[in-house]
Write a protein that binds this ligand. Structure first.
Ligand code: GLN
Length: 230
């Protein structure tokens, strides 16, 4: 039995549980559980950090005794499979690797994907949400495009590690202007702006919400490649 936790403090967690449990893997029974306490996290082999509001997720986590340090330790342990979507991608960036957003001091991330630096809300607000079919050759049935849904999505600012693997990128016509230079993050890497799905060992991030597409292939990919290491 493979227990996958979905952090359920705020945001789009219920859909992730449903998608994870729909994935069939040979030789394993996947059970997905909502994680709100240190005790629940301790039962998990792997963790999904959902979309929502990264600042709110950190704020709520800090209210439960012992949870935030345990989450940070889980997420930054290279042997732990962790998948962050949207706000979850922001939280998996380097601690000092988050730009954008409105208030100062909002940026602190938990780490996990070493060298990942992101820019919040680069595509604009809720009204600028969009769907885009993208090609993800690593998925099952690679010939079928994946309908990626972007909601106040973050973008990659720069990648300060050479072991981050690009799994999918936006088509050229959809790529926004790179984020601005930032006093803390420095100059953006314009070549990295198109990337929307990245992997480093057992860690995966997507700037889009795969749990809203009616297609569990991204969850399946993460379970097979990052969790089971096939
Ligand atoms: N803009 C949000 C943030 O900064 C992320 C949006 C999302 O997860 N859909 O956390």
């Amino acid at each position: 039995r493979l227990v996958i936790g979905v952090l359920a403090l705020q945001g789009a967690f219920a859909e992730h549980i449903h998608y994870l449990e729909s994935v069939r893997v040979k030789g394993h029974t996947v059970s997905a559980i909502a994680v709100r306490t240190p005790e629940e996290l301790a039962t998990c082999h792997a963790l999904v950090i959902p979309g929502g509001e990264s600042t709110a997720i950190t704020r709520v986590a800090a209210r439960t005794a012992g949870l935030l340090p345990l989450l940070q330790a889980f997420v930054s342990d290279p042997s732990r499979p962790v998948y962050g979507t949207c706000a979850g991608m922001i939280l998996m960036a380097d601690a000092d690797g988050v730009g954008g957003g409105k208030r100062k001091g909002d940026g602190a991330a938990w780490g996990g994907m070493r060298g990942l630096r992101v820019w919040r809300n680069l595509y604009g607000g809720q009204l600028e949400s969009f769907e885009q079919e993208i090609s993800i050759p690593a998925l099952a049935h690679p010939e079928r495009p994946f309908n990626a849904i972007f909601i106040r999505a973050p973008a990659v600012h720069s990648l300060a590690a050479d072991d981050i693997e690009v799994i999918a990128s936006l088509p050229a016509e959809r790529v926004p202007a790179p984020p601005p230079a930032d006093s803390a993050l420095g100059a953006p890497d314009a070549d990295a702006t198109p990337h929307v799905m990245l992997r480093q060992g057992r860690k995966l991030v997507t700037s889009f919400h795969p749990e809203l597409s009616g297609d569990a292939r991204v969850h399946q990919y993460w379970i097979e490649s990052c969790v089971l290491g096939r």
